[in-house]
Design a protein around this ligand. Structure first.
Ligand code: HEM
Length: 211
């Protein structure tokens, strides 16, 4: 009885982590099919955007590569079991993640420069760089609790690539969203992602009263 009570919180947490990673994975798959595959197959609604993507290919290829590596590194880096067994690999992949975030941010800003989306993209890039740098510094300082928290914030910004594209197939959203609302949307998605992570990180304190 006592041992099952002791096990309960960690079992609950690991179930939550599994459910979270499954839903993030399904979101990535959904966005990959409804945004990226339809972009490649020249879906009529995306035609004008497709021409822009083709024109931007020199920046978009390194940007997509960096973003994809950062996105895929997440599940491995956050896995406690993987970290315990392969600490050296965790460190190497962590450094690659940091480089990818910087490369993804600067190519993202370059892609948006001269366009109405620049303020939104700059704010998103700033949040991405600040959270990732804080995660790197706390790791170097062996402040592991804080390192994990900053990595969760950093990955939330990485994930805005997917979360902000979930509504793309909805024609009203796609065709009526002007330049300014799009820029505000990017900032809103970034802010909402960071707030959600912080609510999650403080969940116990928010739901439990101190004795
Ligand atoms: C998981 C991380 C990311 C990946 C895999 C990724 C990948 C891509 C891809 C494939 C495109 C072109 C096709 C499309 O729009 O769907 C794109 C466009 C773009 N991305 Fe990213 N990206 C990521 C994160 C970011 C972040 C954090 C920023 C902001 C700094 C950013 C800024 C941009 C910009 C400005 C464009 C140009 C098109 C537009 O204005 O929407 N990306 N990205």
């Amino acid at each position: 009885m006592a041992s099952s009570t002791l096990l309960a919180p960690s079992t609950g947490r690991s179930r939550f982590k599994t459910a979270l990673w499954i839903s993030l994975g399904l979101t990535v798959l959904f966005v990959f099919i409804t945004s990226e595959v339809l972009l490649v197959t020249d879906y009529p609604m995306y035609h004008a955007y497709r021409l822009q993507v083709i024109a931007d290919r020199n920046l978009l290829i390194p940007h997509t590569l960096a973003g994809t590596i950062a996105l895929l590194a997440g599940p491995l880096q956050f896995s406690s079991r993987f970290r315990q067994r392969h600490l050296q690999f965790h460190r190497v992949l962590g450094r690659i993640y940091v480089i990818c975030v910087f490369a993804g941010s600067f190519t993202g800003i370059a892609l948006a420069s001269g366009r109405p989306g620049l303020p939104g993209t700059s704010m998103q890039a700033a949040a991405w760089i600040v959270c990732t740098t804080a995660a790197f510094i706390t790791a170097r300082n062996r402040q592991i609790v804080q390192h994990r928290q900053w990595m969760a914030r950093s990955y939330a910004v990485t994930f805005t690539f997917d979360s902000s594209r979930v509504l793309n197939l909805w024609p009203r959203y796609w065709s009526h969203l002007g330049d300014s609302p799009s820029a505000v949307g990017v900032i809103a998605f970034t802010l909402a992602s960071l707030l959600l992570v912080d609510l999650g990180l403080n969940w116990r304190e928010l739901t439990t009263r101190r004795a």
